[in-house]
Design a protein around this ligand. Structure first.
Ligand code: URA
Length: 267
């Protein structure tokens, strides 16, 4: 007899999956992985009469196991990239950050490369991961409205901006990136800033401030110009924070005016 799950049991099972990090449907039908051929098993060319047990193909050793420092590997790959396309390719080929394995896409950048302003967010969320562009979800829509309010835009009319994130891959369940994950992606970000060559940086949110400025406490840091990657940098509240705390939009507005004023005076 076919047993049917009750609504409550099905819901509990779904919540359990989400707890475990399986929060995306990636196909219409389930895949029975036990029924798939083992991709890691090397097939002998011709079947001998008494086949020896096939040997599993060795996975590439983890960089630590191979005596490599993942940060040094990242630095070398980033330095070798001579333009933004090469940098994107170098990041796509970087295998040492575990976040890559859980993400659908590499979220590299959006907007105008070469813009005078470069905005650095934290990490892609679900919608960014799907689309492969930073800041396309609710926080991104607010960011676009904030920029438009001071005559800036990632596309179309307005002073152009260029947008990226500290992390190019979505962390599972939008958790904060770990310090070691940030450390290995930081050389790519530094190179990204160098190649995009903006005059001013906007560092959005606590995670970005921690990664780039080595400091947390966005409430204290925001609005005060500092320096990052050798350029003037303005820490600002993250638009996701502003969605949760609309009262803080007042400070965000002051920071946008400060950004606009700095652009005008340095023109
Ligand atoms: N939050 C970020 O910091 N970056 C994105 O791309 C989206 C949300």
């Amino acid at each position: 007899m076919e047993s049917q799950m009750s609504y409550h049991a099905a819901r509990a099972a779904l919540e359990w999956q989400i707890e475990l990090g399986a929060d995306e449907a990636i196909g219409d039908v389930p895949v029975v992985r036990y029924g798939l051929p083992d991709k890691l098993t090397a097939e002998p060319a011709a079947k001998p009469e008494h086949p020896a047990p096939s040997k599993p193909v060795q996975a590439a050793p983890a960089p630590e196991a191979a005596g490599l420092d993942p940060v040094a590997v990242a630095r070398e790959a980033a330095t070798a990239a001579s333009d933004l396309n090469a940098l994107r390719a170098a990041m796509a080929g970087y295998e040492h950050c575990d976040l890559k394995r859980g993400a659908r896409t590499l979220v590299f950048a959006d907007g105008e490369p070469g813009a005078r302003v470069m905005i650095i967010g934290e990490a892609p969320g679900r919608e960014e991961d799907r689309e492969g562009r930073p800041f396309v979800g609710a926080a991104g829509r607010l960011l676009d409205r904030m920029l438009a309010a001071v005559g800036m835009a990632r596309a179309g009319d307005g002073e152009p901006v260029y947008i990226t994130n500290v992390m190019p891959w979505r962390p599972p369940q939008n958790r904060e990136p770990k310090p070691e994950e940030i450390a290995m992606m930081l050389p790519f970000l530094a190179r990204h800033v160098n190649l995009a060559a903006p005059e001013l940086l906007v560092v959005m949110g606590n995670t970005s401030c921690q990664a780039i400025l080595g400091q947390r406490g966005i409430t204290r840091l925001r609005g005060t110009w500092t320096e990052a990657f050798g350029r003037p940098a303005l820490p600002m509240f993250h638009p996701a924070y502003l969605l949760r705390n609309p009262g803080a939009k007042r400070e965000a507005w002051a920071d946008l005016l400060s950004l606009r004023a700095r652009l005008e005076t340095e023109r």
